[in-house]
Design a protein around this ligand. Structure first.
Ligand code: PLP
Length: 401
């Protein structure tokens, strides 16, 4: 009996030895990841191991995820049903999903919208449906993992162009004779916080007949047409919404809710309904999430949260200059402010020191960003107040000295 157990254990060890050695390698290279568990608290604090932390690592840029009026409505919605427990093409579609889709179409100025389970699935769903072996996808080097995975799933040839380098993009597109060409970029880049050069990119896509896809998970509801004050996202900010063939976004960042969506022409949405496996073969987004996102959308359109957020961003930039903190990407209106540290170990150490002082600023490392490009990714919210921002930068400037 004992020898049988030993032999089972040995076989198990042999089978999984590659896992152990890979985990050891990750630890040695300061790339090991682990889950931290938090308790959510009021406003922008989290409880972590009995400590109250100010959260500077959330994508809840407008602070809507804890908005009291929304939470009150949520209680009423959930009383009826938790989930439709069915996919969209069986019995999962509802008037609530349809209403949200309609309202997102007018928000983004598209003919049609489809709700996906989340932004990750929306990227997989669009790229795998539109791309195939005969397609060439041109993808910005800093595009998010869900875009990279969507490209892989599509079986297309993928040409990566250097970040925001429109002349190389044009060269690559020009020498590609394939009929089906797709350009995909983000609106505001998730780890760098900068805007994609959408005006130039949309010109290239028009001139060379490329389908233009923009994943605007981080710009949606945050920026928009400044004259119209519509907060319809990065394409609206650059006044090129109509040049974008497919808009992809998440409901779990600016809107503070959960889910993803794709806005496009009627015909492309019909195509996705028929071809997009991540749309077809999964349960519909629960009605209560759709309804609450719809209410959050109305709330976000007022613009009050955005004005608070912009004020916080300006204040943060001002303090960065005053404290002379170096290697910070300061982009007007962008709630994502990376402080580039370089070494993975150093970034982790600074993040731990901040944690001890009561601030949660996650260190971002490879493979999310390139090796030796580790950074503290500060994300600001309308919920933060000036006092909290001041305290963070005051302490950070001392740690960095
Ligand atoms: C650019 C980008 N696209 C898509 C996603 C995925 O969105 P979701 O969290 O809704 O799955 C993220 C998430 O961080 C993102 O940064």
């Amino acid at each position: 009996m004992a020898s049988e157990q030993n032999s089972n254990r040995n076989s198990q060890n042999r089978k999984t030895s590659f896992i152990e050695s890979e985990l050891i390698r990750l630890e040695n290279e300061n790339l090991y990841r682990q889950i931290n568990v938090f308790d959510v608290e009021k406003e922008s604090t989290l409880k972590y191991k009995k400590k109250h932390l100010l959260n500077f690592s959330s994508n809840d840029y407008l602070g809507l995820s804890k908005n009291k009026a929304l939470l009150k409505q949520l209680n009423q919605q959930i009383k009826l049903q938790i989930s439709q427990c069915s996919s969209r093409l069986i019995s999962g579609s509802s008037t609530k999903i349809e209403r949200l889709e309609k309202n997102l179409s007018s928000h983004r100025d598209t003919q049609s919208t489809l709700i996906f389970s989340n932004g990750y699935m929306a990227n997989l769903g669009v790229l795998s449906a539109l791309g195939d072996k005969e397609t060439v996808i041109f993808s910005d080097r800093l595009n998010h993992a869900s875009i990279i995975d969507g490209c892989k799933l599509s079986n297309s040839q993928v040409n990566i162009f250097p970040h925001n380098d429109c002349s190389i993009l044009e060269e690559l597109v020009k020498k590609t004779s394939t009929k089906k060409k797709i350009i995909i970029t983000e609106g505001i880049f998730s780890m760098d916080g900068d805007f994609s050069k959408l005006k130039e990119i949309s010109k290239i896509s028009k001139e060379y007949d490329c389908i233009l896809i923009v994943d605007d998970a981080h710009g949606d509801f945050i920026v928009g047409n400044n004259t119209l004050k519509n907060y319809s996202g990065t394409p609206a900010y650059f006044n090129i919404s109509k040049e974008v063939d497919v808009h992809i976004s998440s409901l779990s960042k600016g809107l503070g809710c959960f889910g993803g969506y794709v806005g496009s022409s009627k015909i492309i949405c019909k195509y996705l309904i028929n071809k997009s496996r991540p749309f077809i073969f999964t349960s519909a987004l629960p009605d209560f999430l759709c309804e609450i996102a719809d209410i959050a959308l109305t709330n976000a359109k007022k613009g009050t949260h955005q004005q608070k957020l912009y004020d916080n961003i300006d204040y943060f930039h001002k303090l960065i200059d005053e404290y002379n903190i170096l290697n910070v990407k300061k982009i007007r209106y962008s709630p994502i402010i990376p402080i580039i540290i370089g070494s993975e170990k150093k970034a982790m150490d600074i993040s731990t020191k901040l944690l001890k002082k009561g601030f949660y600023v996650q260190a971002i490392r490879y493979p999310t960003v390139n090796k030796n490009q580790a950074r503290l990714r500060v994300s600001l919210s309308a919920e933060h107040n000036k006092h909290q921002i001041y305290n963070l930068l005051n302490i950070l400037s001392r740690i960095l000295k």
